[in-house]
Design a protein around this ligand. Structure first.
Ligand code: KIV
Ligand code: ZN
Length: 553
């Protein structure tokens, strides 16, 4: 049995099913690039039949990430591409429905290494109440649909949904059918996070011993975290012989989430003498990918989260300091550098040039076009004037901000606020509109952010509900950049609904906005404006009011 564990990331599919998470296709593409760079073997890019947007996002990832060797750098004179890794496999999810399988194939077919992942429930509860089908009907459906998927794509993954509560004998039977019909990976999901590590290890062992032909396939694990056991179950499944792990960055996903990739990978690495298993993951990318996923999804990482929480390596400052100073191994089982956190990550300063910025951004996984680099450099210089030392997290914030601002219909030209205990919080906002004209509006609110948002609303008519607002300081110190993420639900949605893969629920479309600045009210205004711009783009509305067009003409 080989000792290589394939890492299958489903942040963009199961992760995006998290309540409140909704990613735009540019955000998905950036995350996919970061996952590829990290060495993820398979990226589940989405559920293409959910909506035309979802299909398009999967297709973009297949074309742009699924054909590029991770680490490839085009800049002349820069490091040559490291070609140890081929491009990641790009996978699309489909129910065992012909239309879903067609959509999944349409999404992934342009990748160098496409995969179709099809699933149907096999537990008595799901078959009786959700599918309203007999076990025989489900078995027949698997035969037909795996055969159909395999007629399109050489790489087919099959999942018996809710395997954790399925009858083992029925599982052996349907998995054998999937193998006969050409499935190459058999993914075993604990869909509702019900099992314990011991039970899960036994189930996987049983499947490996009792399913005819299984040695020709890769057995995969897909554990949910409803009882907090997703990582433990995944590790138990690996010890039982599985060689693919499905999970998400930061463990996001339906309900309590999925197995967290960073936890599984660091457990395998830190306890390698116990597991004797390897992965292709560059662990030094973990911190930045975690931060990117948290920023783009708007889902914060809890401070005590294993591996990537803010406190995961914070003991140096706490009561263990004495032991740590004597020898770090007294309380530290992993070095922060292993996940890409470094104590001193000062990289660039006021005198750094455009080339140095390009090289550092490229090392961080951001390949910018010349035009994008010009904008980033301009903003970098502005920041360097305010802040002496520019660190990697500062650069990440700057790039994230830029990704969010790509379609600027309205841009922030000026902002002034008055707030405190002595009067009513007031904001005056100056925006440049799509016709180039400047518009100014003042408003009073419950605080400076509320006043700013009301002033923006006074200029742009895009009714919405603010579903989430989060703010954090990226680096320590009084000159830290503040990073704001917002999620808006449009009150006038005109996009086709998005259906979720497993429960058929319609997912509300949220518009994310991001802003970064050393002034947190400015960061808040930028975040709100970028989300509003997205609503305007999505709705294809002419955002310039009639009377303003007349005035600007
Ligand atoms: O949890 C689950 O069962 C899934 C399947 C679609 C693999 O996400
Ligand atoms: Zn799942």
């Amino acid at each position: 049995m080989d000792n290589y564990v394939r890492i299958f990331d489903t942040t963009l599919r199961d992760g995006e099913q998290s309540p409140g998470a909704s990613l735009t296709s540019s955000e998905k593409l950036e995350i996919a690039r970061a996952l590829a760079r990290m060495g993820i073997d398979i990226i589940e890019a989405g559920f293409p039949s959910a909506s035309p947007d979802d299909l398009e996002a999967v297709r973009r990832i297949a074309v742009e990430v699924g054909n590029t060797a991770p680490g490839h750098v085009d800049e002349p004179g820069s490091e040559q591409a490291t070609l140890q890794h081929p491009p990641p496999i790009i996978c699309g999810l489909a129910r065992t429905i012909k239309g879903d399988i067609d959509a999944a194939w349409e999404g992934v077919r342009l990748a160098a290494r496409p995969r179709i992942h099809t699933f149907v429930a096999t537990s008595p509860i799901h078959m009786q109440y959700k599918l309203k089908m007999s076990p025989e009907e489900v078995a027949l459906l698997i035969r037909e649909m795996v055969t159909y998927a395999r007629s399109l794509c050489a790489d087919v993954e099959f999942s018996p949904e809710d395997a954790g509560r399925s009858e083992p004998d029925f599982l052996y039977k349907v998995l054998q059918i999937a193998i006969e019909c050409g499935a190459t990976t058999l993914n075993i999901p604990d869909t509702v996070g019900y099992t314990t590590p011991e039970e899960w290890g036994k189930l996987i062992e049983g499947i490996i011993h009792n399913t005819k032909g299984i040695e020709k396939t890769i057995v995969s694990l897909h554990c949910h975290n409803d009882l907090g056991m997703a990582t433990a179950n995944t590790l138990a499944g690996l010890r039982a012989g599985a060689r693919q792990v499905e999970g998400t960055i930061n463990g996001i996903g339906e309900r309590a989430g999925n197995a967290s990739i960073e936890e599984v990978v660091m457990a395998l690495h830190t306890r390698r003498n116990l597991f004797n298993l390897t992965t292709g993951i560059d662990t030094t990318q973990i911190a930045r990918v975690s931060h990117m996923v948290s920023t783009y999804t708007g889902i914060p990482v809890q401070p005590n989260k294993a591996i990537v929480g803010a406190n995961a390596f914070a003991h140096e400052a706490g009561i263990h300091q004495d032991g740590m100073l004597k020898h770090h191994t007294t309380y530290e089982i992993m070095r922060p550098e292993m996940i890409g956190l470094s104590q001193s990550n000062l990289v660039l300063g006021k005198h750094s040039g455009r080339h140095a910025l390009r090289v550092r951004l490229s090392e961080l996984g951001h390949e910018l076009s010349n035009e994008e680099l010009d904008r980033a450099f301009e903003r970098f210089k502005e920041l360097a004037d305010k802040k002496k030392s520019i660190t990697d997290p500062d650069l990440e914030a700057l790039v994230a901000d830029q990704i969010y601002q790509v379609r600027e219909i309205y841009s922030l030209e000026g902002l002034q606020v008055a707030c405190g205990t002595m009067g009513m919080p007031t904001a005056t906002v100056r925006l440049r509109g799509p016709d180039g004209a400047l518009r100014v509006q003042a408003a009073v609110g419950t605080g400076p952010v509320d006043a700013t948002y009301k002033a923006i609303d006074g200029i742009i008519k895009a009714p919405n509900a603010l579903q989430e607002f989060s703010i954090r300081a990226i680096t320590g110190g009084i000159d830290a950049i503040g990073e704001v993420t917002v999620r808006l639900e449009s009150a006038e949605e005109n996009q086709p609904p998005r259906e979720m893969a497993q429960n058929g629920r319609i997912k509300p479309r949220l518009y994310g906005g991001h802003g970064a600045d050393t002034d947190i009210i400015v960061a808040s205004a930028k975040a709100y404006l970028s989300a509003i711009n997205k609503i305007l783009v999505a709705q294809g509305r002419n955002p310039v009011p009639q009377e303003d067009r007349a005035r600007a003409a």
